[in-house]
Design a protein around this ligand. Sequence first.
Ligand SMILES: Nc1ncnc2c1ncn2[C@@H]1O[C@H](COP(=O)(O)OP(=O)(O)OP(=O)(O)O)[C@@H](O)[C@H]1O
Ligand SMILES: [Mg+2]
Length: 226
Amino acid sequence: MSIIKLENVYFSYTADKDVLKDIDMEFEKGKVYGVFGKSGAGKSTLLSLIAGLETVKKGQILYKGKNLNKMNKDDYRSNEIGVIFQSYNLLPHLTALENVVLSMDISKVKMSNKKQEELAIKLLDRVGIDEEKAKRKILQLSGGEQQRVSIARALSYGAEVILADEPTGNLDKETENEIIEILTSLAHDDNKCVIIISHSSKIKQKVDILYYLVNGKLEDSKASKK
Ligand SMILES: Nc1ncnc2c1ncn2[C@@H]1O[C@H](COP(=O)(O)OP(=O)(O)OP(=O)(O)O)[C@@H](O)[C@H]1O
Ligand SMILES: [Mg+2]
């Protein structure tokens, strides 16, 4: 059973040009998906649609069988979907810990402050941020460390779908490998649905299923692993 399904999806920013055309895709839990394609192919746009940040012009996106357009998008974004950006999108003057706890506050996670902090420390530890680093401001962490924090944040409210837009774009090879390990483990060990947009050949090797976008269309109607 797919957790996310796109049916005949079209999207355009302007009236004269479809950025995504007739997209059919399915995503299941427990698997890592890679979305590849040239710059401008529509990858980030696709991710924005799945994340509920944009609305399809035609067709539909189903989350657990429900039409996304009929769901409360704010609830959806803050509870069901964890997003990891290339630029991390963390609040720089807060600590790593505060960034993670803040996103729990925004979501429906109801627990005491103490419990929230304990969980945040655990999640940060899992992605390689120890307690000392967790208490540093984001500004005092390296790029790779910030990316780890943004993964912990995406995990903080138990979302089953993790979306990542070029999560290793700014990282060295070794850190890239570690981030890929974390993301694949989320799918294979924690049964999450992990969708990664990337240009990285390393990620291409590691994903379970590959999708290629060419000028806003899926190259094959079916997912392929090459
Ligand atoms: N807010 C916007 N308004 C108008 N056009 C946009 C907007 N955002 C993106 N586009 C256009 O939509 C197309 C797809 O953009 P998108 O960002 O999805 O590409 P991408 O595959 O993620 O590329 P990259 O690999 O460079 O990140 C491009 O032609 C882009 O110029
Ligand atoms: Mg992009």
